[in-house]
Design a protein around this ligand. Sequence first.
Ligand SMILES: *Cc1c(COP(=O)(O)O)cnc(C)c1O
Length: 357
Amino acid sequence: MTLPIKITPTLNSKISSVDFDNIPFGQVFSDHMFTADYIDGVWKNCEIKQLGHLSVHPGNLAWHYGQSIFEGMKASITNDGVPLLLRPEKHIERLNNSARRMCMPEFPEETFIEAIEKLVWMDRAWIPSKKGSALYIRPLMMAMDSALGVRPSDSYKLLIFTLPVGPYYNKPVSLLAQDEYVRAADGGVGEAKTAGNYAASLYPARLAKEKGYDQVMWMDAKEFRYIQEVGTMNIFFVIDGKVITPKAGGTILKGITRDCAITILRDEGYEVEERLLDIAEIIEAHKNGTLQEIFGTGTAAVISNVYKFAHKGVDYEIDVDQFKVSPFLKTYIEALRAGEKADKFGWLSHLGEGVLA
Ligand SMILES: *Cc1c(COP(=O)(O)O)cnc(C)c1O
C-alpha cells in the first residue's frame, strides 16, 4: 500500500530565471519539493508543493544531536524528452539502512519511488538535456522534536528536492592518504549517509587542501594501512589489468555508482576484486610499473580520475592519459543515462504522464 500524495503545483515557476548553460553546482533549486511527516509512529502528510523554507524550533533534535540522513541520486532525460531514473530502489534501500543505524523510522519504499517519479515528472523541464548534466535529487530525513536530551526523536520530516546540475567537469584530483584523522571505524557509522560524517571530514579535508591536495584518502582507523574511500567517492585501482576496490565491510559508504561499476566491468570481462587493500600494495605496484589507474566513483561526479596520491610525505604520480577503464565506465554510464545504451541490467525507470495518475 502506498500513502496518498497531495499535489499542489506552483503558480510561480522560477525556471525562466535559470541559465541552463551555466548552472552553479548546488545553488539552483527547481520549483517543487516533496515533504512528509512522521508523527505518532506513522508517516503522513505526503505532499508535493512549491519549494520553500521550513520553520524549525531552536530545540530541534537534528541540529543538536545529529539525527539527519540523506541520499543523492540523479534524473536524466533522453533525446526524446523521456525522464529516466537510475536504480531508485537502491537509494531508498540505503536511506532505510541509514535510518535504522541512526534510530530513525524507515520510509515506505513504494511511496518514496512514487514521490520521486511525480516530483521529477512535474519538474521535468528542469532536467538539463546536455550529455553529462542531470537533475540532482536530494532526499533528506531529519529529527523534528523540539526538546533537549540525547534520545531518538519521536517526530521526523522527509524532504525531497531537486537541483539542475551541469556536466561536472572533473579535473583529475590529487589525494592525501590520511595517517592521523579517520572517517570511519569498525562499529561506527561509516556506512550511513548521515550528516555528522561530512562535518567530521571537513577539518582533515582543509588540512589536505592547505598541503596542496584536493581530497583525503581515508584509511582504516586501526593501522592507517587499508584504504577505505575518498571524500564522497568510492575508490578503484587498476593493477596489471585487474580492477580492485576496497571491500564494503561497514566502514565505507556502499556507493551505488560503485555497484554499477563493478557490475558493468565484470560483465565486460574484467576481473574485479572487492577486498582489503593495503596501501603498501599500491605503492609497490606504482614502483614496479603495474599501477595503471586510480579513480573515484559517485553519483555527483560519476567518475573522477586521480593523477597523484601522497603517503607519508611521498608523492606518487600516475598518467591519467593512459587510463582506459575509467573513461570506458564514464562513457558507459553517461550513455545509459542518456538512454543511448541498451539497459541490459534493468536499471532504468522511464517516466511518463502516467506517474501522476
Ligand atoms: C554518497 C557517497 C558515496 C558515493 O555513493 P553513490 O551512491 O555512488 O553516489 C561514496 N562515499 C561517500 C562517503 C558518500 O557519501
